[in-house]
Write a protein that binds this ligand. Structure first.
Ligand code: KG4
Ligand code: ZN
Length: 334
């Protein structure tokens, strides 16, 4: 079964053709990031306008590269939540129009579920149940994936998402948006023990995260040094901060796995591209005898291939929308 998938939740307009949830036939991503860099973050109105311009050529290119026409498409999967509402509406309305004019069923797909599904593309043998750490620019969750379309949140951030904390720390060091990627690279040359940063815990919620205190600590460290005219080594700040974030993420995740008796762990979302997070969890899981899966780095960020994968399982579970489908800025993954 071939699915045409459409993603427009943030600053990437993307379309893909995916077969049976696992085989990517084509995947096209038009990123707006260079434009948003000028403003230090995503400007929602600009994002919507760029999606409106890009959606037709991106979908056409995805069909062309897959060497198919709409006649060969069995379902249209589209990200309908969560995300920037004006951005989501472009993809949703386009998909609705396409579905209405062709009669092809429309499958509403949750963005974070799609991030998890990127793992089905990268890891052929992976099947639920498993526990997944979903870490992106807007969310940080520990999710029990009981089945392809049945999820339970075990832990979540109480304030900033991990990606957001990375981006804000990076911005304080003069790196351009989204700074998480550059911070990760610069950290490779630094000493993770150079600065002692806090490991905030949430009382009575051992699997929840809190990154705002950690973010403030690193920002204060940088500002205080600047006031005193001291020059701190950027690689050391990056390495210490990255180590602190990864330590919080991996220790809660491993604790949740142990307490819930789960030995199959998965990571997903933009921050799952972080090299320290990947190596730390791989090593820890090897030591514990757990199975560990991660998406290919090319599938960690926003893309439509993952929407085509999750959309397949949503379709199989009977999740088909009518023409009254709406978009939602927030929606639980459950
Ligand atoms: O999943 P994603 O592409 O978009 C959302 O759904 O939010 O995640 C984007 C986030 C950004 O905050 C970006 O800085 C972060 O993922 N990110 C990273 C890395 N690559 C992307 N953070 C840390 N290390 C990385 N290598
Ligand atoms: Zn995302």
């Amino acid at each position: 079964m071939k699915i045409l998938a459409i993603e427009s939740s943030c600053d990437e307009t993307a379309a893909a053709v995916v077969e049976d949830g696992r085989k990517v036939i084509s995947s096209v991503i038009a990123s707006q990031v260079e434009e948003h860099k000028l403003y230090g973050g995503v400007v929602p109105e600009i994002a919507s306008r760029r999606h409106a311009e890009a959606i037709v050529p991106v979908v056409r290119q995805a069909l062309d590269e897959a060497e198919v026409t709409l006649e060969n498409i069995d379902a249209i999967a589209v990200t309908y939540a969560p995300g920037l509402i004006g951005a989501l509406l472009v993809g949703v309305n386009f998909a609705k129009g396409l579905s209405l004019s062709t009669g092809i069923p429309l499958v509403p797909t949750h963005h974070l579920r799609s991030h998890i599904a990127s793992n089905y593309i990268s890891n052929a043998e992976l099947k639920p149940p498993f526990m997944c750490l979903v870490v992106s620019g807007g969310h940080s969750h520990i999710v029990m994936v009981e089945d392809y379309t049945k999820m339970k949140i075990i832990g979540r951030t109480r304030d900033d998402a991990a990606g957001e904390a990375f981006d804000k720390a990076a911005r304080t060091m003069g790196m351009s948006y989204p700074g998480g990627i550059e911070l990760d690279k610069v950290a490779e040359k630094g000493d993770p023990f150079a600065f002692k940063l806090p490991r905030p815990v949430v009382h009575d919620a051992p699997y929840d995260f809190s990154f705002s205190g950690l973010k403030t600590a690193v920002i204060n460290l940088i500002h205080n040094a600047a006031q005193k005219g001291e020059e701190l080594k950027k690689p050391d700040i990056c390495a210490s901060f990255r180590y602190a974030v990864v330590d919080c993420l991996s220790s809660n995740f491993l604790k949740a796995a142990k307490d819930y008796n789960v030995n199959k762990l998965v990571i997903a979302g933009g921050v799952s591209a972080n090299s320290l997070l990947r190596s730390t969890l791989k090593n820890e899981c090897d030591k514990l005898g757990y199975k560990f899966y991660m998406p290919d780095k090319s599938l960690c960020g926003d893309n439509a291939a993952m929407v085509g994968s999750q959309g397949y399982y949503e379709f199989l579970s009977g999740n088909v929308a009518g023409t009254d489908l709406n978009a939602y800025a927030t929606m639980s993954i459950e």
